[in-house]
Ligand binder design. Structure first.
Ligand SMILES: [Zn+2]
Length: 302
């Protein structure tokens, strides 16, 4: 098994780990990363060095539809004939998208409903990439909870772990005692949980339940898509729960004073690692949809 860091240009996370697993002459790649020329070059070079060139890939697993995980999959599958697998629930919400859902006007109205003023709402709508996602990957294999990947001699089981995205999957390597956790569990970053317009009305609740799914695996080594591999899954999931609980508390306090506050208003009142006014468009958009997820969670519990 190899971890290949694939550079990502557009976001500060720097790289995605593509995990290559070989078994009986076949090879599966988990999360091929972003499809930039730099990413493709890094991946091709690494696979050549390992001795499993792109053309010999058997399969590609995409843990979820965020560009830094899936974007390179199309090109690699074309070069190799490899199957592409993704969570059935993840493909489900993308398949359901209509032209109207992904139009600039509809997206702008969604952000206005979160209280985002004009012209910021249009700017947020322009950086959403649902259309781009919808028109790309065509997976040939849809994974349901408990499915084994078709890799001979291996025991790689898909676990449905929605939250960070509506149909995120982790892959449990039962032989090695490893969990390929995508963005569900990262060692230092609390995953971004957004109120996705096409997903659950309470994605934070989904996320907390998905923590239980991986906690049941016991003492596995965690291979995340970003940062670094680590052990001590139970300690990490507890820290993530604490982090979520702190944020829920903070959002609840704001809503107690202003029960009808919009996500835009609540977000600007929360503490962030930088001051709210220094946020760029994309960071501010993410902050608003994340805040919306916390507001939905708090309101569901009232
Ligand atoms: Zn990611």
């Amino acid at each position: 098994m190899w971890a290949v860091p694939v550079p990502v240009a557009r976001i500060p996370i720097r790289f995605t780990y593509a995990y290559l697993i070989r078994s009986r002459g076949q090879a599966v790649l988990i999360d091929p990363g972003a499809g930039s020329p730099e990413g493709a070059a890094a991946l091709t070079e690494a696979l050549d060095a390992i001795g499993i060139p792109v053309r010999s890939l058997t399969g590609i697993v995409v843990t979820h539809y965020h560009f830094d995980h899936w974007e390179a999959a199309d090109e690699l599958a074309q070069q190799s004939g490899a199957w592409i697998a993704i969570g059935a629930d993840e493909q489900g919400w993308v398949d359901d998208l209509t032209d109207d859902d992904v139009s600039l006007e509809t997206a702008t109205r969604r952000f206005q409903a979160h209280g985002v003023p004009m012209p910021r709402a249009v700017e947020f709508a322009s950086v959403e990439d649902y259309r781009y996602t919808r028109d790309h990957v065509r997976p040939s294999l849809l994974l349901r909870h408990g499915d084994l990947l078709p890799l001979e001699g291996a025991s790689l089981r898909a676990l449905s772990t929605p939250g960070h995205s509506p149909g995120h999957v982790c892959i449990h390597d039962e032989q090695r005692g490893m969990l390929f956790s995508g963005d569900h569990i990262l060692p230092g970053i609390t995953p971004h949980i957004a109120l996705n317009p096409f997903g659950s009305p309470d994605p934070l609740d989904q996320y907390l339940r998905s923590l239980e799914v991986v906690e049941q695996l016991g003492n596995v080594e965690v291979m995340p898509a970003h940062e670094y591999r680590f052990s001590g899954l139970g300690l990490r999931t507890q820290a993530l729960r604490d982090d979520v609980a702190r944020r829920v508390h903070e959002v609840s306090s704001v809503l107690e004073h202003s029960p009808r506050a919009t996500a835009w208003e609540v977000a600007s009142a929360l503490t962030w690692s930088r001051s709210w006014s220094q946020f760029g468009v994309e960071a501010q958009r993410m902050a608003v949809v994340e805040t919306a997820a916390f507001i939905a969670h708090v309101r569901q519990r009232r």
